[in-house]
Write a protein that binds this ligand. Structure first.
Ligand code: AKG
Ligand code: FE2
Length: 324
C-alpha cells in the first residue's frame, strides 16, 4: 500500500479564485481536475454565515447521546439518508473501519424515501438544523451546477451539457465527525488513519473542512500532499462517476483523512468536522464515455452504466447498513 510513501513537500493543491474571468477559471479548473483531481475554490459565493450555521448544526447533532442519534439511523443504500455510527464504513484499501460518524441528507422526494431529522425541541442549533442545512444544500447545489458548467466548457461540450444531466438534486450532503483520539505512543512515523484511502463515488465532491486538517491526497508519483484548510474555501475533487464519464480524462484521485501531529504537551489529537456535498448525475443518466473524450487513440475504457445503479453499488460495498 502507498501509505509509507513520503509527504510531497514541493507540491500544493491548486487554489482557484472563481470570481476571476470565466476563461481563466475554466483553464485553471481543467488543469487541476485532469492532473491532481483536486482544487481549493475561493470566490465561490457561499457565505461564511451559511457555512458557520451548517457546522454549528453538525456539532449539535453529533453531541447528542447515541440513542438520540440512532433515532435518525441510516435507512439503507438506495435511500442514503441518516446517521451512521463509528465503525460502520470500511473501504477495500483497509482492514479496519473508519473512525468517524456521519449524517446523510438527501432531498430527492421522487424516490419515496423521506429524510429523518433530529427532534427540534428546545433552543439552539438543533431547532434550526433542518432549515439551515437545507439552505446550505441549496447553495451547494448552485455551486455544483456552476462547476459542472465550467467543466463542460473545459471539455469542449455545450456549456449546459453536464448541468442538464446533473440538475435533479441527486446530491448527498454528509456531515462528518472524527472524534478526538489519544496521542499514540507508537514509534511509527506513519500517521494513523481516521478514514481509509478511497476515491469518491459520484461526479464531483464539494467539501468544507474545519481548521484541524488531515485530509491528504495521493499524487501521481505516489507521494501524499495535504489539502491545507483555507478559510471559507471549498475543496472540489473528481469522483469515479465523472472519471468514467470523461473516459479517464478527469481524475478521481485517492485520498484519506489521517491524524494531525499533536500540539506540544497535548494528550489528544483534536476532533475534526467536515461537510461533504457528494454530487451525482441524475438517476436515470446513462454514463457513457462522452464523445469529446473518446478518439481512435483513446478508445472508451468504461462500459456504460446507469448513474443510480452505479452509486448504489458503491455505497453497498462500503457502508454496513444493518443497524447504524
Ligand atoms: O472529511 C474529509 O475531509 C474528507 C472525507 C472524504 O473524503 C469522504 O467522506 O469522502
Ligand atoms: Fe472522499
Amino acid at each position: 500500500m502507498a501509505t509509507s510513501k513520503p509527504q510531497d513537500e514541493g507540491f500544493a493543491i491548486p487554489q482557484i479564485d472563481m470570481s476571476k474571468d470565466e476563461e481563466s477559471v475554466v483553464a485553471e479548473l481543467y488543469a487541476a481536475l485532469t492532473t491532481t483531481g483536486f482544487a481549493t475554490l475561493t470566490g465561490h459565493g457561499i457565505s461564511k454565515e451559511l457555512r458557520e450555521k451548517a457546522f454549528a448544526a453538525s456539532k449539535a447533532f453529533f453531541l447528542l447521546p447515541t440513542e438520540e442519534k440512532l433515532k435518525c439511523a441510516y435507512q439503507g443504500h438506495r435511500s442514503n439518508r441518516g446517521y451512521i455510527g463509528i465503525g460502520k464504513e470500511t473501504h477495500e484499501t483497509s482492514a479496519s473501519s473508519d473512525y468517524k460518524e456521519t449524517f446523510d441528507i438527501n432531498v430527492d422526494e421522487s424516490s419515496g424515501f423521506s429524510q429523518p431529522w433530529p427532534s427540534s425541541t428546545g433552543s439552539g442549533p438543533l431547532e434550526t438544523f433542518q432549515q439551515n442545512l437545507i439552505a446550505y444544500f441549496d447553495a451547494m447545489d448552485k455551486l455544483h451546477l456552476t462547476v459542472m458548467r465550467l467543466i463542460s466548457i473545459g471539455l469542449g461540450l455545450p456549456p449546459n451539457y453536464l448541468c442538464d444531466r446533473c440538475n435533479e438534486r441527486h446530491e448527498n450532503l454528509r456531515l462528518l465527525h472524527y472524534p478526538h483520539m489519544p496521542v499514540s505512543n507508537s514509534p511509527s512515523k506513519e500517521p494513523r488513519s481516521r478514514g481509509a484511502i478511497h476515491s469518491d463515488f459520484g461526479t464531483i465532491t464539494l467539501l468544507n473542512q474545519d481548521g484541524v486538517g488531515g485530509l491528504r491526497v495521493q499524487c501521481r508519483n505516489d507521494t501524499w500532499v495535504f489539502v491545507e484548510p483555507v478559510d471559507d474555501a471549498v475543496v472540489v475533487n473528481v469522483g469515479d462517476m465523472l472519471q468514467r464519464w470523461t473516459n479517464g480524462i478527469l481524475k478521481a484521485t485517492l485520498h484519506q483523512v489521517v491524524e494531525v501531529p499533536s500540539k506540544n504537551g497535548e494528550t489528544y489529537i483534536p476532533e475534526r468536522y467536515s461537510i461533504a456535498f457528494f454530487c451525482n448525475a441524475n438517476k436515470d443518466t446513462l454514463l457513457e464515455c462522452l464523445p469529446p473524450c473518446v478518439s481512435e487513440d483513446r478508445p472508451a475504457q468504461y462500459e456504460p452504466v446507469n448513474a443510480h445503479d452505479y452509486l448504489t453499488m458503491r455505497l453497498s460495498a462500503t457502508i454496513d447498513a444493518s443497524s447504524s
